[in-house]
Write a protein that binds this ligand. Structure first.
Ligand SMILES: CC(C)(COP(=O)(O)OP(=O)(O)OC[C@H]1O[C@@H](n2cnc3c(N)ncnc32)[C@H](O)[C@@H]1OP(=O)(O)O)[C@@H](O)C(=O)NCCC(=O)NCCS
Length: 171
C-alpha cells in the first residue's frame, strides 16, 4: 500500500529516500533541472536546500511504500500581496518502479485538496514539451498555455522546449 503525507522536515532515512528518488527520476530521463547521471552529493544538496526552505512558500508531500519513498511533489504558494490565490506546482516525481499505477494522480489530488483548503484557486506549472508529464497534465484537465522554445538542455546537450499549464480550482 502506498501512503502520501505532507512533511515539514525529514529524518535521515527520508533524506536518503528523497535522494534516491531524485537520482532515479533524473537518470530515467526526466527534465527536472539536472543532467544525468546525477551525483548523490548534488541530489543531497538539492534536498538539503529544499527541506530548509519548507514553510509558507514551499510545501512538500512524499509517497511511501513499505517504508520506501516512491514519490514526491512540491507546491510553492505565492507570498505576494496581490496573489495569495496562486501557487506553482513543482517537481512531481514518481519512482520509475512505481509509475503507471495512479500515484501521479494521487499526488496531484493531495496538492489540489491542500490548495483548496488554503483558498488557492489558480495552479501553474511548466514541464518538458512532448514528455509523458505533458500528456498526464492534459489528461488531468490542466489547460495548456503554450511552449517556450530552447528552455533547457537534455542529456545530449540539445535545447528543448518547456510547456506552461494552468488549472483553476473551484473554492
Ligand atoms: C509524470 C509522472 C509524475 C506520472 O506519474 P505516474 O504515477 O506514472 O502517473 P499515473 O499513473 O498516476 O498517471 C496519471 C494520470 O495520467 C494518465 N496517463 C498516464 N500516462 C498517460 C499518457 N501517456 N497519456 C494520457 N494520459 C496518461 C493516467 O491514466 C492517470 O489518469 P487517471 O488517474 O485518470 O487514470 C511520472 O512519469 C514521473 O515521475 N516522470 C518523471 C518526472 C517528471 O517528468 N515530472 C514532471 C515534472 S513537472
Amino acid at each position: 500500500m502506498i501512503s502520501i503525507r505532507r512533511i515539514d522536515q525529514a529524518t535521515p532515512a527520508e533524506r536518503e529516500g528523497l535522494v534516491g528518488l531524485l537520482i532515479d527520476t533524473v537518470d530515467s530521463g526526466a527534465s527536472v533541472g539536472f543532467l544525468a547521471p546525477l551525483a548523490p552529493q548534488a541530489a543531497a544538496e538539492y534536498w538539503r536546500d529544499t527541506l530548509a526552505s519548507l514553510g509558507p512558500g514551499k510545501v512538500l508531500w512524499v509517497a511511501e511504500q513499505e517504508g520506501r519513498i516512491v514519490g514526491s511533489v512540491q507546491l510553492a504558494p505565492s507570498l505576494r500581496e496581490n496573489s495569495p490565490h496562486r501557487a506553482e506546482l513543482q517537481k512531481l516525481f514518481v519512482h520509475s518502479s512505481a509509475r503507471g499505477q495512479g500515484l501521479g494522480s494521487r499526488l496531484l489530488d493531495e496538492v489540489e485538496r491542500f490548495a483548496r483548503s488554503r483558498g488557492i484557486t489558480l495552479l501553474v506549472l511548466d514541464t518538458l514539451a512532448g514528455s509523458k508529464a505533458e500528456a498526464v497534465y492534459l489528461h488531468l484537465q490542466w489547460q495548456r498555455v503554450g511552449e517556450v522554445p530552447g528552455w533547457a538542455k537534455d542529456n545530449d546537450g540539445v535545447l528543448r522546449p518547456t510547456v506552461y499549464f494552468f488549472k483553476t480550482l473551484s473554492p
